[in-house]
Design a protein around this ligand. Structure first.
Ligand code: SF4
Length: 319
């Protein structure tokens, strides 16, 4: 990583915040008698492919669980994945995943999502497919057959049996420099997106929130320096969406100093040449496995988004 990335830099000439660039992104929720709520994943008996009404996707997202073995080099305080149960699969079976993805895409294309359990009362506008997400129960870039899975999803799209769909890779950014990840990302088009996690501006804050684990031999170094370097390198090649989750930890909000450090890291990325199309600012939603983690008030999230825009000029959305 370039050294200046983690140094404090002088504040730039202030950029007048434009209100439309700092906005909450509301999502009309399904009716209360639905068993589906925003952000609840449903596999419908599948092993690798699920559906979710996603606030950040602004509607229906079909997800590929890239890491069914639940392996992650972070242990985020807000993570909702319960790792106490032994996973059924260690890695994605390409044949099974492709068949499940095709089935799900077919249901969407035929307007039959409403026939699925719990989806009967989901409003029609939320059932339009917004993306196929490469995400899941662990860090996708640590998926042992990452490039093959991406290739399989891209192949399904290329066959044009279904309307075009955008592919979104949702990652903690620690493995973006790995050879097979680099190859997989090279298969994506300009319409596809990469959402990279940046939850903190110092290693100390990151240790508290994402609680990186000692990396095994074959896993990348899960440090802030590695995350910054990877986002910078990728952002110089193609636009990146930054996703930043700010939890309420033991009832405490992030301090103003922590927010300033975080905003400075974004500024360093931008000044280093990273193209950042959007900063998503949000908080813990689903019940976390760790009970000391709560949801930050909307006004606090809006304040963070406003600071992002003031200092960096980047577009920020609050969820
Ligand atoms: S990076 Fe994602 S999967 Fe890994 S611990 Fe954090 S929230 Fe969970």
């Amino acid at each position: 990583m370039e050294k200046q990335l983690l140094t404090t830099v002088e504040a730039p000439a202030p950029i007048k915040p434009r209100r439309e660039l700092i906005r909450p992104a509301p999502l009309p929720l399904p009716k209360s008698n639905s068993t589906i709520t925003a952000r609840s994943r449903n596999f419908f008996g599948n092993r690798f492919v699920y559906a979710v009404i996603s606030q950040r996707a602004h509607g229906l997202s079909i997800g590929v669980n890239m890491n069914p073995g639940k392996f992650c080099n972070f242990d985020c305080v807000y993570c909702e994945v319960d790792r106490r149960e032994t996973p059924r699969d260690a890695e994605v079976d390409l044949g099974v995943m492709t068949a499940e993805l095709r089935r799900m895409l077919s249901l969407v294309a035929k307007g039959k999502m409403k026939e699925l359990p719990g989806y009967q009362s989901v409003p029609e506008e939320l059932l339009q497919l917004k993306e196929v997400a490469l995400s899941g129960d662990g860090e996708p870039t640590l998926c042992p057959n990452f490039a093959e899975v991406v290739e399989a999803v891209v192949h399904v799209r290329a066959q044009r049996d279904y309307p075009f769909f955008k592919i979104v890779l949702i990652t903690n950014a620690t493995g973006l420099h790995l050879m097979q990840v680099h190859f997989g990302i090279g298969l994506l088009t300009a319409e596809d997106e990469i959402w990279a996690k940046l939850d903190a501006g110092t290693q100390e804050a990151m240790d508290r929130i994402t609680r990186a684990k000692i990396a095994p031999d074959n896993a990348p170094n899960p440090t802030l320096a590695q995350v910054m370097e990877n986002i910078l390198t990728l952002g110089r090649q193609r636009p990146v969406v930054i996703q930043s989750l700010f939890p309420l930890l033991d009832g405490k909000e992030p301090t103003p100093e922590e927010i300033e450090q975080y905003v400075q890291r974004l500024r360093e990325l931008r000044e280093g040449g990273a193209q950042i199309s959007l900063v998503q600012v949000y908080s813990a939603h689903r019940p976390a496995v760790h009970h000391n983690c709560g949801h930050l008030p909307l006004k606090s999230l809006l304040r963070i988004a406003q600071r992002v825009h003031e200092v960096t000029g980047l577009k920020a959305e609050v969820f």
